[in-house]
Design a protein around this ligand. Structure first.
Ligand code: SAM
Length: 211
């Protein structure tokens, strides 16, 4: 999953402070389950984005057992809400228990079902949309997020460098092509300013114009 040089990844890991005890338990659970969580470095980036932007309304597509939601909820001031989504109800049950342990249950609402359908059904505008679902769905999420972000709102997507597979002409599966098309969309749409941050597996950040 990591596209950063292993020594650089280790350096970043050694220098960051430890996560809080609940997050450490989540990290341990993720390792034990071999679950592809986005990890502490990307978690810290999500925390920073929520803290800088003051986001109060967040929608996440693909929340697993709540690791990325937890980081964002920690940074969010009272009154805000992160709606998360996952197809697996067992993941959602684990997440709710971790949110309870961290005292974050009032800022988190994790729903079970297809994230795209749940996003389509949700009304109102969002300050931040985070995309971490199956990769072939990324272009569809871009089109939806475009309509559902407030001006100045942000779209963040994980795995945008896809372990380097996006570089290989022989990789033509629908996941890799989904990421390629998403990348084309975020950089070609004049309504967004985008940047890719090459930590872990690569995260994109796209700011909607118009504020
Ligand atoms: C890579 S994991 C990451 C979860 C979380 N963002 C984290 O970093 O801990 C992606 C999750 O998205 C879920 N998922 C994939 N496609 C989905 C979809 N269409 N709707 C809802 N959940 C989906 C999977 O069940 C999985 O738990």
């Amino acid at each position: 999953m990591n596209i950063t040089h292993p020594a650089i990844h280790d350096y970043l890991e050694l220098n960051r402070p430890p996560s809080d005890p609940v997050l450490q338990a989540m990290e341990e659970y993720g390792r034990a389950q071999n679950f592809p969580s986005l990890g502490a470095q990307c978690g810290r980036l999500l925390y920073a984005l929520v803290a800088i932007s003051g986001a109060q309304r967040v929608f996440e597509l693909g929340s697993g057992y709540g690791y990325s939601m937890y980081w964002m909820a920690k940074a969010m001031s009272d009154g805000g809400m992160i709606i998360g989504t996952d197809t697996n109800p067992d993941n959602a049950a684990s997440a709710r228990e971790y949110f309870r342990q961290g005292g974050l249950q009032d800022k988190t609402d994790l729903r079970t079902g297809d994230a795209v359908s749940l996003f389509e059904r949700e009304s109102g505008l969002f300050d931040l949309v985070v995309c971490d679902i199956d990769k072939h769905q990324y272009p569809e999420v871009f089109d939806l997020a475009k309509r559902r972000l407030r001006p100045g709102g942000m779209l963040v997507a994980d795995n945008i460098l896809w372990s380097g597979r996006i570089l290989e002409d022989t990789e033509t599966d629908k996941a890799t092509n989904g990421i390629r098309e998403f990348t084309r969309l975020i950089f070609s749409d004049p309504g967004f300013f985008s940047v890719i941050i090459p930590i872990r597996d690569g995260m994109s950040l796209s700011i909607k114009a118009g504020e």
